[in-house]
Design a protein around this ligand. Structure first.
Ligand SMILES: [Zn+2]
Length: 168
């Protein structure tokens, strides 16, 4: 299988140790299912770690742009923009972390999920449940993440609006 030729065959501790790395998040997130727990890093495939870093930074910058559109471009100090940017992300629940690496099959399928390779992430699963007719993922967030080499599950026939994966 093509994926496994490049990313290796997941499912063992050895594969995890050799292929997964932790990257630091640009802003703190809460576990969606355990909101008292704040996380500052996530585990992803080492070959795509930079894309995850860039996508989340792009999301942060897009939220900052949303702030600037509302309050003006010179009205806040840099530190104040940082605070307002985090508040913007939180207001859209984009700090609800649904997970990256997880060894499992894709929902509704017997194939391995891209999560099993450390090539996918879920953001705000509560506001964007699988196959939902309504979702809360803002367009600017989708654009920010997809501009860095990700595909959004919201474009699929079975919509998965929480889900982003590395474009192959
Ligand atoms: Zn997912």
């Amino acid at each position: 299988m093509r994926l496994q030729a490049y990313y290796g065959k997941p499912g063992t501790r050895q594969w995890e140790n050799e292929n997964l790395v932790y990257i630091t998040l640009p802003y703190p997130m809460r576990l969606a299912w355990e909101p008292d727990v704040t996380i500052n890093r996530i585990r992803v495939h080492k070959k795509e770690a930079n894309k995850f870093r860039n996508a989340l930074l792009s999301l942060w910058n897009a939220a900052r742009m949303e702030v600037k559109k509302r309050v003006g471009f010179k009205s806040l100090s840099s530190a104040e923009y940082d605070v307002a940017t985090l508040q913007m992300l939180q207001a859209h629940d984009l700090d609800r972390w649904g997970g990256s690496y997880a060894y499992r099959t894709a929902t509704g399928s017997s194939n391995l999920s891209m999560h099993a390779y450390g090539l996918a992430m879920d953001i705000d699963p509560l506001g964007n449940p699988w196959k939902a007719k309504k979702w809360s993922m803002p367009d600017w967030a989708v654009q920010a993440i997809c501009s860095q080499g990700f595909v959004w599950g919201g474009t699929w026939r079975n919509k998965d609006c929480m889900h982003y994966e590395i474009k192959q």
